[in-house]
Design a protein around this ligand. Structure first.
Ligand code: ZN
Length: 170
């Protein structure tokens, strides 16, 4: 909540930097501030309105349209992932997977927290390769596979303990 100087925003990991460069996105103050927002909370998903509010709280002067375009461009170049928020008829954004295999995401529809199921990386990667091969056979070019599971997380399940199948998280 403190207003920090904008001289040294969050460091941008090299994979993200590479994606920005290959998409020709310049690292403007706004880009770095938006990335900083996601890097500070890698598991979070943020709507356009929430991102706008956070950035303005941090003292960044950015208008709605600029932010919309920026979020879309970051999603287009694979830095962010865009998810439809069915209830609110809006988009939510989160950091996209960078390396470390393809892990499916689980998103809690109640609290919008995301969990990356790294335990399932290997089978997911296998399914993804299969899907991409199928696409290629049809002449399509698949670029990226995003596996998402929606539901209710352990802390949001009413009367947590009622579910017997789920393993407790460490
Ligand atoms: Zn939850």
């Amino acid at each position: 909540m403190s207003v920090r100087s904008n001289k040294e925003p969050a460091t941008v990991p090299p994979e993200i930097q590479a994606r920005l460069e290959s998409a020709g996105l310049r690292r403007t103050l706004a880009t770095r501030a938006v990335l900083g927002l996601f890097l500070a909370n890698p598991q979070g998903t943020v709507s356009h309105a929430q991102a706008l509010a956070s950035l303005q709280t941090r003292g960044l002067d950015i208008n709605r349209v600029t932010l919309y375009r920026l979020l879309d461009r970051l999603a287009a170049c694979g830095v962010l992932q865009r998810h439809a928020d069915d209830g609110a008829r809006t988009w939510r954004y989160s950091l996209a997977d960078t390396g470390e295999g393809l892990a499916p995401r689980f998103e809690c529809d109640a609290c919008h927290r995301q969990f990356r199921l790294t335990e399932a990386s290997a089978p997911t990667q296998a399914v993804a390769s299969d899907l991409l091969r199928t696409l290629a056979g049809l002449g399509h070019q698949g670029m990226r596979v995003d596996v998402a599971i929606h539901g209710t997380c352990a802390s949001c399940v009413p009367g947590a303990g009622a579910t017997t199948e789920q393993e407790p998280r460490p």
